[in-house]
Write a protein that binds this ligand. Structure first.
Ligand SMILES: Nc1ncnc2c1ncn2[C@@H]1O[C@H](COP(=O)(O)OP(=O)(O)OP(=O)(O)O)[C@@H](O)[C@H]1O
Ligand SMILES: Cc1cn([C@H]2C[C@H](O)[C@@H](COP(=O)(O)O)O2)c(=O)[nH]c1=O
Length: 218
């Protein structure tokens, strides 16, 4: 059986994560690999319920630490119910957001105490860390314009989309800082290109880093 891998796609609002998760899973399946698309917060029934609370803004009055705890609670259920069982069966799990979103949104923007977040991440994910993280990068204004164009005219922007541009610039810097600090795990992909071109770039990274067996030294 092929090994399962955990691939995460990260980045700010509207950079194209959901689009590229779908495309990557389709391409993996076309290449004969078992693959599963999922997302955070969410991915399992209980985690999806928590997602509703978080994105509605109902948890915000409890403060940033409480929000971090709820993102972690959703992640625990997602890992237990969906990610770990799939990996154990050799499936390649592709998640729209994971630990780096907590590091950036709760850590950098909401200024949750770093030691609290490190401890929370350790107890939440344990050894189940991403094998590869694709960080989709583009100017924040472009991402927000894409997110706004996607929304139905009558729909209200969610709590995160309502934030100022400076907030989104901070997120972008946060993701790029993680990528620079963990180059073995992370690859930055320019997401300003067309969806087709971005998908091709992502595929090249996945093929090179995960799917191509390394030749052993002579
Ligand atoms: N490369 C691209 N060029 C232009 N538009 C794109 C591109 N990729 C995605 N889009 C469009 O931009 C919008 C946002 O894309 P998508 O939902 O994939 O982003 P996201 O990063 O998952 O967003 P969010 O973080 O807000 O959930 C969608 O309408 C999508 O069709
Ligand atoms: C996993 C995770 C997510 N968030 C934020 C980031 C986004 O604004 C929303 C999710 O919405 P999307 O349309 O699915 O991108 O939640 C966060 O603050 N912390 C996290 O750990």
């Amino acid at each position: 059986m092929n090994a399962g891998f955990l691939i995460t796609l990260e980045g700010g609002e509207g950079v194209g994560k959901s689009t590229q998760v779908r495309r990557l899973v389709a391409r993996l399946e076309a290449a004969g690999r078992r693959a599963l698309a999922t997302r955070e917060p969410g991915g399992s029934a209980k985690a999806e319920a928590i997602r509703g609370l978080l994105l509605s803004g109902a948890v915000a009055p409890f403060g940033p630490a409480a929000e971090a705890l709820l993102f972690a609670a959703a992640r625990v259920d997602h890992l237990d119910r969906l990610i770990r069982p799939a990996l154990a069966q050799g499936t390649i799990v592709v998640s729209d957001r994971f630990i780096d979103s907590t590091r950036v949104y709760q850590g950098i923007d909401r200024r949750v105490e770093p030691r609290f977040l490190v401890a929370l991440e350790t107890v939440t994910v344990g050894a189940t860390r991403p094998d590869l993280t694709i960080i989709l990068d583009l100017p924040s204004a472009v991402g927000l314009a894409r997110a706004a164009a996607r929304r139905a005219p009558s729909a209200i922007p969610d709590r995160f989309e309502r934030e100022a541009l400076a907030f989104h610039d901070g997120l972008r810097r946060g993701f790029l800082t993680i990528a620079a600090a963990e180059p073995d795990r992370c690859a930055v992909v320019d997401a300003e290109a067309s969806a087709d071109e971005a998908a091709e770039r992502i595929w090249r990274v996945v093929e090179t880093r995960l799917l191509t067996p390394r030749s052993s030294a002579p």
